[in-house]
Design a protein around this ligand. Structure first.
Ligand SMILES: C[S@@+](CC[C@H](N)C(=O)[O-])C[C@H]1O[C@@H](n2cnc3c(N)ncnc32)[C@H](O)[C@@H]1O
Ligand code: SF4
Length: 426
């Protein structure tokens, strides 16, 4: 089950933001996330904030209708708080399984977003979907409602891997759904893959990559299987029923993903994300929504457990759908708590997120110790020499394999800067 929420500062009942955070709203990039917290069944590896019908029980406060009304109430609250926000450049429905809702229900929420903020004519409008939860008719209905990008959880095409992951779809269903999405007119199609699952062979993962490419996806996200505490997968590993995923295998799989995807015309733009770069592809297949997160711009996350960030204020909603709907029914913000990020914290986040992007981290963002660490990383072949000479830290392929470690070395500088600041103030 989802873990408890972190504490932070209390949020005013009307959700109001400090004027410093509101300054610049409309000038920075802005995205909308809508969290749909329902799944038909829970995959054994997943600790996302999502609930099956059995987990929700008969409580009326967590019905789909109550959820829809609550999101609409949060939209009205956001409209009051943000006032003149520019129309979002992207809207992303994630989950959970958004496509457990009827296309008309997703259309109703998308209309609510458009009524609240307007929508840029070229906005990227994505829904996540489980392969078995869409069909040609529902995909056509979603396209007609304005969705132009779909992100399907393929995970693998190997039956024994899908079984270990507790996936409900057949091996070929994700590729078929991707083709159906293209036929329905979706401009962009992403397929999520997971590698390093116990029992997966190199050939299994190669076959999954080939199937993703052949299905006509213009974007692939490939994630190393993370064993999250409290999941069924973690319990099975603890009991010795399954081996712990190996870091060496994960590195080999990452190299396989890079080789197969580059050969098919894709290029990485974030450590775990590749977008098609051929002239036949739409102008830019990178996910604009995720780039808003990674560049530290503004987004409002609607729905139970959703996180938001506006101008250095980050807040997170209560997790349970009934608690979420209850707060909004009482005309109160659904935010559980928030934190106001100071310059040091924002700098730290910038290093952590931007270093994972192919566009790289401006070296000027780093303090003296961070720049020294970057020079060492360059000498060790972890950063690309060309961009470095132009003032940007961009990971090499080896650097991407060791991305978390490189980030830690570069951010050590921020910790030193914080300590120096604390010492100076004491
Ligand atoms: C929140 S899920 C939503 C997608 C959709 N519900 C589905 O499962 O098809 C988004 C993606 O996160 C990835 N994911 C979730 N838990 C993970 C884990 N423990 N390790 C690696 N990837 C994970 C999966 O690739 C999944 O497709
Ligand atoms: S369907 Fe997706 S969100 Fe739901 S439990 Fe499985 S991985 Fe998690």
């Amino acid at each position: 089950m989802p873990s408890t929420l972190p504490d932070g500062e209390p949020v005013p009942a009307d959700g109001a933001l400090p004027p410093e955070a509101l300054a610049g709203v409309g000038q920075r990039g802005f995205g909308v996330y809508v969290h749909v917290p329902f799944c038909a069944s829970r995959c054994g590896y997943c600790d996302f904030n999502t609930y099956t019908a059995a987990e929700l029980g008969p409580d009326g406060g967590s019905s789909v209708d109550a959820y829809l009304e609550a999101v609409e109430a949060e939209l009205r609250l956001a409209g009051r708080v943000l006032g003149g926000a520019a129309p979002p450049a992207s809207v992303f429905f994630g989950g959970g399984t958004p496509t457990l809702l009827h296309p008309d229900q997703l259309a109703r929420l998308l209309d609510g977003v458009a009524e609240t903020f307007g929508l840029a004519a070229d906005a990227e409008i994505t829904t996540e979907a489980n392969p078995e939860s869409v069909d040609p008719a529902s995909l056509r209905a979603l396209r007609a409602a304005g969705f132009n990008r779909i992100s399907l959880g393929m995970q693998s095409t190997a039956p024994h891997v899908l079984a270990v992951l507790d996936r409900r779809h057949t091996p070929g269903r994700a590729a078929a759904a991707a083709r159906e999405a293209r036929a329905a007119g979706f401009e962009h199609v992403n397929l999520d893959l997971i590698y390093g699952t116990p029992g997966e062979t190199a050939a299994d993962f190669d076959a999954s990559l080939a199937a993703a490419v052949a299905a006509g996806a213009d974007h692939v996200s490939a994630y190393s299987l993370i064993v999250e505490d409290g999941t069924r997968l973690a319990a099975r590993i603890r009991r010795g029923e399954l081996p712990m995923p190996s870091d060496d295998v994960a590195a080999d799989r990452y190299l396989a993903a890079e080789a197969a995807l580059v050969a098919a015309g894709f290029a990485w733009y974030e450590v775990s994300n590749w977008a098609l770069k051929t002239p036949a592809a739409s102008p830019d297949a990178r996910c604009r929504h995720n780039l808003i997160y990674w560049r530290g711009e503004d987004w409002w996350g609607f729905g139970p457990g959703a996180h938001s960030h506006v101008g250095g204020v980050r807040w997170w909603n209560v997790k349970h759908p009934a608690a979420y709907a209850g707060r909004l029914a009482e005309q109160r913000t659904p935010a559980h708590a928030r934190e106001l990020l100071g310059p040091a914290e924002r700098g730290l986040e910038e290093v952590m997120l931007r270093l994972r992007l192919a566009e790289g981290l401006p070296l000027a963002t780093l303090g003296a110790a961070g720049r020294t660490a970057a020079a060492h990383a360059l000498a060790e072949g972890l950063l690309e020499p060309g961009p470095y000479a132009e003032g940007r830290a961009v990971l090499t392929l080896r650097g991407r394999l060791l991305a978390d470690g490189v980030v830690l070395r570069l951010v050590a500088d921020h910790e030193i800067a914080d300590q120096e600041q604390a010492a100076a103030c004491s």
